[in-house]
Design a protein around this ligand. Sequence first.
Ligand SMILES: CCCCCCCCCCC/C=C/C(=O)SCCNC(=O)CCNC(=O)[C@H](O)C(C)(C)COP(=O)(O)OP(=O)(O)OC[C@H]1O[C@@H](n2cnc3c(N)ncnc32)[C@H](O)[C@@H]1OP(=O)(O)O
Ligand SMILES: Cc1cc2nc3c(=O)[nH]c(=O)nc-3n(C[C@H](O)[C@H](O)[C@H](O)COP(=O)(O)OP(=O)(O)OC[C@H]3O[C@@H](n4cnc5c(N)ncnc54)[C@H](O)[C@@H]3O)c2cc1C
Length: 572
Amino acid sequence: MAAALQTLGGGIGITLHWIAFTPTIEQQATEEQKKKWLKLAQDVAIVGAYAQTEMGHGTFVRGLETTATYDPSTQEFVINSPTLTSTKWWPGGLGKTANHATVMAQLYTRGKCYGPHNFMVQIRSLENHQPCPGVTLGDIGPKMESNGNDNGFARFDHVRIPRENMLMKFARVEADGTYVQPPSSKLAYSNMVYLRGTFVMSAAQALASATTIAVRYSCVRRQSEMKPGEPEPQILEYQTQQYKLFPQLAAAYAFWFASWFMTQQHGSITGSMEKGDMSGLAELHALSAGLKSYTTAVTARGIDVCRMACGGHGYSHASGLPALFGGAAALCTAEGENTVMMLQTARYLVKCFAQSQAGKRLTGTVAYLSAVQPSPVAGNRNMSDLGTLVAAFQHRAARMVRHAAMQMQGEMQKGKAREDAWNSCSVLLIKAAEAHVHSFVVRNFAETVQTVEVDESVRAVLTSLCQLYSLYGITEHAGDFLKDGYLTGRDIDAASSHLSAMLARVRPDAVALVDAFDLHDKILRSVLGRYDGRVYEHLYEWAKKSPLNKSEVHESYYKYLQPFLKSNRAKL
Ligand SMILES: CCCCCCCCCCC/C=C/C(=O)SCCNC(=O)CCNC(=O)[C@H](O)C(C)(C)COP(=O)(O)OP(=O)(O)OC[C@H]1O[C@@H](n2cnc3c(N)ncnc32)[C@H](O)[C@@H]1OP(=O)(O)O
Ligand SMILES: Cc1cc2nc3c(=O)[nH]c(=O)nc-3n(C[C@H](O)[C@H](O)[C@H](O)COP(=O)(O)OP(=O)(O)OC[C@H]3O[C@@H](n4cnc5c(N)ncnc54)[C@H](O)[C@@H]3O)c2cc1C
């Protein structure tokens, strides 16, 4: 799916049909509803959009204004957009491509509102693609990237749909209008949890693409003299270039492994939920929200680092990097804005911390919160040992979660309402949640490399990469590790010198490490990142195809420049 997203350059009109509309049917429809719609969707006999966000509300789903009011006399729901701000806004494919949409709307039955639920709504005729009666549709206009996708708007004027069009796997409305509660009110959000998980893979793939481009190009590009009179070296020989690129390369691997974990965790927890066990839902939500936020943010920054590492050519669309950046920027906002998602993870961590304080033994990805000792014992640590590095990340995260939670408690003890205390500690909370996710990614990376069985040398190079990733994280966030004396200045110095050693160690394997991502030129779509390395010939060919080069003298010359020059010359 991630590859598909990227191949399509951030999506076309049908992307959301595959990544959101069809999975929503899979996850939220009853077996009977699946029989009706799933095959149609899978065979693309209908094309769907996922219509949740409105002009006025994206983040705050409970604030959505579109209504679905049940009319028992006809056994129909009436879908309505009561205000301008209730206009559905942003859904991919909604503008021009889709003829169906799953519409998130406030469910009203027997005069009571039961919150947001999903409804299947036909929006265009299957005969002539005209909007259905009462439906107004359009495209929202050009965006930073993803312009192949018709992100759209939709308004509903009392559009009637059969009762059976409410996706009723979890919550139900009976024919007489009785509302039947789902096992958890958050199950209506399950498709978002799934999509956030897939964004982790998309982030990994985007960062893998950017590093493939930048590392390959850095072997083709030669610049300056390392020593006077010597041939110009490949720019990848410069330590600063390695310091820019290798942490991004390592992060791409780390995120790839994190996405494997996420996929496996999603499968196992949703499997348990199918059997009625909802106990894993909170952790699944916290992990997917935090990982989505962390990996997409690091990826967007990392792609820009890769762009700058390619000098001027990186700024050209020929490099493929601007498009990758635009795609990653979308991932930071879509499917839950990153700050908001990280705060969801923080919310879970604060709860877990309180449980741990009350003597509960924590399990899963938060188990370390109760295992880590608050008072550190300083000492000369072996900063090249992966176990030491993982423990340092866990200590940092546990300390920051404790600090944020205690700070909040302190504010409440001073009389602040919980919500106000939350808001005034939210920067601390975000940082703590980021540290938690970072620590998870490091641990998962370390555990994954230990399972490599193919080849001793592959395990060795991945271990170096994992060390590099961890050491880079420690040196970048040194203050967090030093704050309570868990690491000393000497440890940080040792981490820096091991990091330098790792840059040199990874250098000979750098090209193999990016080739291993196996990203075909057709997927990369980058002149700089070509597998055959023939960058300059193709850069020239690419430029020749610029629309401005279609004619030798551009029409703007006759229209503007010629008369302008003529009048200037006349003045002389
Ligand atoms: C390079 C690659 C190229 C890619 C190109 C780009 C492709 C782009 C594709 C884009 C596709 C995008 C699609 C979309 O964007 S669809 C719309 C997505 N919208 C969102 O994600 C909305 C985000 N908002 C929310 O999810 C919720 O409103 C929010 C979680 C923020 C708050 O929800 P709510 O107000 O109901 O909840 P509370 O804060 O009050 O919390 C109540 C408890 O419920 C828990 N909770 C919340 N959400 C979930 C969930 N999903 N699952 C389980 N539990 C959940 C929450 O933690 C609270 O728990 P506690 O009370 O126990 O603390
Ligand atoms: C490329 C793209 C594709 C999309 N595709 C779809 C789609 O297919 N279907 C669909 O339904 N939607 C889609 N969306 C919409 C997307 O899901 C929302 O834009 C996203 O969830 C963010 O919501 P918002 O726009 O309301 O941001 P806002 O919530 O308005 O965010 C603005 C700022 O407010 C802050 N903020 C908001 N709430 C809080 C809070 N509680 N605490 C702290 N800070 C807060 C945010 O951190 C952010 O800094 C898409 C968006 C994009 C960019």
